[in-house]
Write a protein that binds this ligand. Structure first.
Ligand SMILES: [Zn+2]
Ligand SMILES: [Zn+2]
Ligand SMILES: [Zn+2]
Ligand SMILES: [Zn+2]
Length: 250
């Protein structure tokens, strides 16, 4: 296969790093072909012969590209889709077979989200807090633990309760292991201590792997030091809503 995932017999394609988007096919005077969005990056100089490139559109090659169907990059994770060259990026950005990494420390399993949820259920069941959507459940989180894995009982979706111990207290967020980014699952987290309570309602971050640093592009809950009990734990009440649902008053 040539660069850009095209069969060699169809086209001599100039390999470019970080090709963001195919627009048109362009050719130089010696007939070498490159994609128009790459021509700017190579300063309109053909990588094969150094002649100017990017001023002659090659519709014949574009026709060939339209006819070609290529496989999604996630073939080895189970995707059987054959897509147009120009649709590859958009398909892959939502492909349900996009690989996600097992969040369990020391486990190197990478697979589609669906298979990963199964894997987690089989191999690490006792390492997660199991819960159901739309129902409040309790978590006692060790204040020094970086994260607690949560797994939804019915669909198997894996969530992470992330914790960062800071000077002022503990910074908490909930994220989700999901095959693509979207606005996230709605969650409600309450920290309680001796008649005081703190609450955050927000949407989960969606990531394909557990991150070592806490992501705070969405909201976070800062729980002061004095919320810790004598066992150095934070008493939390959590509720995660099923996908695409959230309270009407939110
Ligand atoms: Zn390109
Ligand atoms: Zn050339
Ligand atoms: Zn795919
Ligand atoms: Zn694992």
């Amino acid at each position: 296969m040539a660069a850009h995932g095209l069969p060699d017999k169809f086209v001599v394609w100039q390999p470019m790093d970080h090709c963001s988007r195919f627009m048109h096919a362009e050719y130089c005077e010696n007939g070498h072909v490159a994609c128009s969005s790459c021509c700017g990056k190579i300063e309109h100089k053909c990588p094969s012969c150094s002649w100017p490139i990017g001023y002659n559109r090659c519709r014949a090659i574009e026709k060939v590209l339209e006819a070609v169907r290529i496989s999604c990059s996630n073939t080895k994770y189970g995707c059987k889709e054959l897509v147009r060259y120009s649709d590859k990026k958009s398909h892959e950005s939502t492909c349900i077979h996009s690989p996600c990494s097992c969040p369990h420390p020391g486990c190197n399993v990478v697979s589609s989200a669906g298979n990963l949820y199964q894997h987690f259920r089989c191999k690490h069941l006792d390492c997660a807090v199991r819960f159901q959507y739309n129902r409040t459940f309790n978590v006692a989180l060790d204040a020094n633990e970086r994260f607690q894995i949560l797994q939804e009982q019915d669909e198997g979706v894996i969530f992470l309760l992330n914790n960062s111990s800071e000077l002022l207290g503990n910074l908490l967020t909930v994220s989700c292991i999901w095959h693509r980014s979207f606005s996230g699952f709605f969650y409600d987290i309450v920290a309680k201590s001796q008649g005081n309570s703190l609450r955050l309602q927000s949407f989960t971050e969606c990531t394909k792997r557990r991150s070592n640093s806490i992501l705070v592009t969405t909201g976070f809950l800062l729980v002061p030091q004095n919320f810790r009990n004598s066992s150095n734990e934070l008493k939390l009440e959590l509720c995660i809503w099923s996908k695409d649902s959230f309270p009407t008053n939110f």
